[in-house]
Ligand binder design. Structure first.
Ligand SMILES: [Zn+2]
Length: 471
């Protein structure tokens, strides 16, 4: 029987080593040394496995097949990071042995977020090493002081060199490693400057095999530039286990964390954060941020419920329309797809006798919300009708539904969740697409549901059905 201790071998030249190293001592490649299972002596456990008899190839599977019923459905053991909004996107927390890439444009707050992750992780009594190649340790220490991130389990080091960075990790033996950033760490013996394609790949590959071999999770920052830089995170996405995108508008304090790839969970979750003077704060209940609070209802505004991933968010649409003498009237649209607004204007003109084609039209969302789904169509149509008649919609009303070219209101996914969210925030009535299937009838306590088949029906209901024709 062969010995059970696993060894390591270079996937490039086959050189074997007893201990994991970042760089192969034989061929000098980075990130090619991987754990190889020495022939496994299978211990009979629950139901046994398929690998008891020697295989025809003479090789023993590294992880023998198991019965589906014996496998933990979550697939991985997630450890909570201490930040709920991050854990939501990660699928429950940080998985030991995983490499996570946090991508985002410069200045969006990636370093601030990861320092906060380090802080929360350390406050749970677990050690974390924050390796910076972007700033000096003094600068990070200052930032940590400002954001109240001074925990004795948080270790700082400044390293630009991959080899010494790995040495630091070996000495510190942390339970989590954070590296800022992928583009500023240099791998010796690899052509190109730090941040170049070859360099970035070598660093990412090494960090991934490091995480896998030691079980220590690695979170690494990757910069993306607006033009989709050549050596950006795109070139290393396939090497890491998880890719998260941290994004936000320059003019808004709101930040969103989205999963783009996740070997251990779903990618349709979104985390919400707010950038404040004290650092990054998680926003567990973002819905109210997209509403403008006012005492008196104002014409031209309406409220809808969007789905961002699996998360419903209530948001406000504001519009203005005024007669224009111009041949081509102005259309200024922010946060909504310009094409959708144009389509809705055409539908209103053609199907609802509400002709705003000769009007200047302004449409915007509140709080930097971006609307990318047609479920907001009906609310947009109602807002435009409301401004046109200078007649405010009732307070407490939300509208959900896609608008077709025939003026019909179409069904949207996750209606029940959207309405439940509206009710939770205190809304009292909702226009929803009328469904022909009785099984689709949605009831949400506290909410008066008003099914409509067409935009016209909703306008009639609101007393906004008087024709408006082009001057
Ligand atoms: Zn090698």
């Amino acid at each position: 029987m062969a010995k059970k201790t696993p060894g390591y071998a270079c996937s490039s030249c086959g050189h074997r080593v007893s201990k994991w190293v970042g760089r192969c001592p034989s061929c000098s490649e980075w990130g090619t040394v991987e754990g190889v299972a020495a022939p496994v002596a299978v211990v009979g456990t629950t139901g046994g496995s398929a690998a008891r008899t020697p295989s025809l190839s003479g090789l023993t599977p590294t992880s023998p097949a198991r019965k589906v019923t014996d496998i933990d459905p979550t697939g991985a053991e997630h450890r909570p990071s201490g930040i709920g909004e991050l854990d939501r996107v990660l699928g429950g927390g940080v998985v030991p042995g995983s490499a996570v890439l946090l991508a985002g444009e410069p200045g969006v707050g990636k370093s601030t977020l990861l320092l906060e992750v380090a802080n929360r992780w350390a406050r749970l009594g677990r050690s974390v090493l924050y390796l910076t190649a972007e700033e000096s340790v003094g600068q990070v220490r200052q930032r940590a002081g400002r954001t109240d991130a001074l925990s004795p389990d948080l270790w700082l080091a400044a390293e630009h060199d991959l080899e010494t960075a790995l040495g630091q990790i070996e000495v510190t033996q942390p339970e989590l490693v954070i590296i800022d950033s992928l583009q500023t760490i240099h791998a010796n013996g690899v052509e190109g400057v730090a941040g170049g394609v070859a360099q970035t790949r070598a660093v990412a590959a090494t960090l991934t095999t490091f995480a896998k071999s030691t079980g220590i999770p690695v979170l690494v920052v990757g910069h993306v530039t607006k033009d989709g830089a050549v050596a950006g995170p795109r070139t290393v996405e396939h090497l890491v286990d998880v890719v998260l995108h941290f994004e936000g508008d320059r003019h808004s304090a709101l930040r969103f964390l989205r999963g783009q790839k996740n070997r251990f969970g779903a990618t349709d979750e979104v985390g919400c954060f707010e950038q404040t003077a004290e650092g990054i704060r998680e926003v567990a209940d973002p819905s109210g941020l997209f509403l403008h609070e006012r005492e008196e209802p104002v014409s031209g505004t309406s409220v809808t419920v969007l789905m961002d991933g699996r998360r419903p968010m209530v948001g406000e649409i504001q519009t203005l329309a005024l007669p224009s003498g111009q041949h081509t009237p102005r259309r200024v649209v922010t946060g909504i797809d310009t094409g959708r607004v144009a389509t809705i204007l055409a539908v209103l003109a053609q199907r609802c006798e509400l002709d705003l084609m000769g009007h200047e039209v302004y449409a915007a969302t509140v709080g930097g919300m971006r609307i990318s789904e047609p479920a907001a169509d009906l609310a947009t149509a109602l807002a435009l009708a409301s401004t046109c008649h200078d007649h405010a919609l009732p307070t407490g009303l939300v509208a959900v539904g896609e608008v077709g070219l025939g003026g019909e209101v179409r069904r949207v996914p996750d209606l029940r969740q959207r309405l439940a969210e509206a009710a939770r925030l205190g809304f009292t009535s909702a226009f929803v697409p009328a469904s022909t299937r009785s099984s689709d009838q949605v009831r949400v306590s506290g909410l008066r549901i008003m099914p409509v088949r067409t935009v016209s029906e909703a306008l009639t209901e609101l007393g906004l059905s008087q024709p408006v024709r082009r001057g």
